[in-house]
Write a protein that binds this ligand. Structure first.
Ligand SMILES: [Zn+2]
Length: 208
């Protein structure tokens, strides 16, 4: 286990190495933020996006919470989306779930009244919508499939949102995709979900 003192020492070493390798690095970073994507992922400590897709600092605008949920009643989610699209003009939105997700696993059992229970009710509703399919699987299969279905649902929550729809309507480039990360082998997989226009999304899911 690392101490805070060790973490601060590591930070000093990191900053000094960056300056040695690229003296203008921090001057450039301080001038402008121009990320290539908005990443909506799980808070799980094993699924940090910078490591998974190996992009340099400044490439990813990040929103993470338990279960990678895009909650339309959560001001935090909405503010992140609005800022990413309206100010930063981020061209890609990635929803990334993962196998082995504790939040998804907890959603497979009964709810309670604690904040985590109430938050995860949003995944329980997805389970209920797909119960017929999910109940045919064994426990591990159900856990994995619900993680995928959750990503799918969050992609639709985003595409359905006014902030994204308005961006598409004014011709802004916004590509929304759903990924799942396997913590067992470190690989990301696309879930066949990719929408780059209101027309494309409505053709598939606009009536759902
Ligand atoms: Zn998780």
């Amino acid at each position: 286990m690392h101490t805070i003192k060790q973490m601060l020492a590591a930070n000093q070493a990191w900053a000094e190495k960056i300056i040695r390798d690229d003296p203008d690095y921090f001057d450039r970073a301080a001038r402008i933020q121009k990320p290539e994507l908005l990443w909506i992922g799980c808070s799980d400590s094993r699924v940090g996006p910078d490591q998974l897709i190996n992009l340099p600092t400044g490439s990813i605008f990040v929103h993470r919470n338990i279960g990678n949920i895009f909650a339309t009643n959560d001001l935090n989610c909405l503010a992140v989306l609005e800022y990413a699209l309206d100010e930063l003009k981020v061209p890609n939105i990635v929803v990334c779930g993962h196998y082995g997700c504790g939040g998804v696993h907890a959603s497979l059992s009964h709810s309670g009244i604690q904040p985590v229970d109430l938050w995860l009710d949003q995944i329980r509703f997805i389970y209920q919508r797909h119960q017929k399919e999910l109940d045919k699987l064994d426990e591990n299969g159900r856990w994995k499939r619900l993680a995928e279905l959750n990503v799918e649902a969050q992609v639709h929550n985003i595409c359905r949102n006014t902030i994204v729809r308005e961006a598409w309507k004014r011709g802004q480039k916004v590509n929304v995709i759903g990924l799942i990360y396997d913590i067992h082998d470190g690989k990301l997989k696309q879930l066949g979900l990719e929408f780059d226009s209101l027309k494309a999304w409505e053709a598939c899911y606009g009536d759902k």
